[in-house]
Structures are given as C-alpha cells and as structure tokens.
Design a protein. Structure first.
Length: 177
C-alpha cells in the first residue's frame, strides 16, 4: 500500500508543480547505457537480453537526473514484465531533438489503449492475467515527468510483436530549450 501512496503523491506533486525540476546537462546515451546495465542481472535471470544499439547517437540534454532515472526505471520494469526475449535501447538525434527508445518484444499494446495507458490508474485487462501488476501509475508518472522537462513520451506498437516507448527531449544548446 505504501508504494501506492508514494506513487499517488509523486504524480500529484509533480502535477501541482511541487516537484522541482533541477536541470543539469547530461549525456542521454551514457545515461541510457548506465540504466540498461543496472537491469541486465534481472533480465538475464528471465533470459531476456538488454542491448543498446551501437549505432546510437551521443546526445547532450538538459534534464533532471533523478526524474529521468525514475522514468527509465518505470519503462525498464514494464519492459521486463512483458518482453519475451529482448529489450532494445537506442538514442537517435534529428532536427535538434533526441529520441530515446526502449523497445520490448512482448505482447504489445492494442491501438485503442496507446494513449490511455498514460492516464493515472489505467491498466489493460487481460484474460491470461498477465497484465495487472502495480497500480497503473508508472506511465502516468513518466508522462508528467517527461512533460515537466519540456519533452514528450509516446508508444509505438505492433500488437503481438512488442512495444516501443519513446521519449523525445530537446538537445542541449540546440536553441529549442
Ligand atoms: N511494455 C509493455 N508492454 C505491454 N503492455 C504494457 C507495457 N508497459 C505498460 N503496459 C500496459 O500499460 C499499463 C499501464 O502501465 P503502468 O506502468 O502505468 O502501470 P503498471 O505497470 O500496471 O503499474 P505500476 O507502474 O504503477 O506498478 C500496464 O498495466 C499494462 O497494461
Ligand atoms: Mg509500470
């Protein structure tokens, strides 16, 4: 229950603008690599490989270290729950923006739910019972926390073939911030 309360408080605080965003310049690719490595031991126990695309771009962003870390934690925990064999991480830059992608090869997300999953407490029902864990707060937190840093988050998915969660942030010094 305390996890639920903490989750609600976090989401409410950040919604009310009470969770300060403290910006620092950080390398998104290094950050993604660091976070990926943290989840490799858990992943290997589940026979899931986590790999960072070697063709990724190195991108500097202004972001809140702590918030970004919690965003990625939520995405990795979800991906580890649904992935069949692999989680692929990449960072790509385009037009002053950078996109960090965390993709799994799990059941994917039906079209009708691709926006709803970012709402508080929303969880997809599943007959196999695989879907319901937690409280449906993780992605709501991610959305609010990414938007608080001037970015956006969305999911691309081919049902049955996996889900790719993407976070777009401005590249530091691109003039967009
Ligand atoms: N990688 C994924 N593949 C398939 N479905 C997903 C994936 N990530 C999230 N979902 C769906 O989106 C719902 C919402 O995710 P969210 O992280 O907000 O909540 P949760 O994981 O159920 O609970 P919490 O994060 O609070 O522990 C999930 O319940 C699940 O139905
Ligand atoms: Mg979650």
């Amino acid at each position: 229950m305390s996890t639920l309360i903490k989750g609600i408080l976090d989401v409410s605080k950040i919604e009310a603008g009470e969770m300060p965003v403290s910006y620092m310049e950080l390398n998104l690719l290094d950050f993604a690599r660091y976070m990926s490595e943290r989840y490799i031991p858990i992943a290997s126990k589940k026979k899931i490989t986590i790999s960072v695309d070697p063709e990724s771009d190195s991108a500097m962003v202004y972001a809140d270290n702590e918030l970004l870390s919690r965003i990625l934690q939520n995405l990795f925990v979800n991906a580890l729950r649904y992935a069949e064999t692999r989680i692929d991480v990449s960072v790509k830059c385009h037009n002053g923006k950078t996109i960090l992608c965390i993709a799994d090869d799990g059941i994917g997300i039906p079209k009708d739910y691709r926006e709803k999953i970012f709402e508080k407490f929303f969880q997809i029902d599943d007959v196999a019972g695989k879907r319901k864990y937690g409280f449906g707060l993780g992605l709501a937190f991610c959305k609010i926390a990414v938007e608080a840093q001037g970015g956006c988050i969305w999911v691309e998915s081919e049902e049955g073939k996996g889900a790719a969660f993407k976070i777009q942030l401005d590249i530091a010094g691109s003039g967009a911030v």
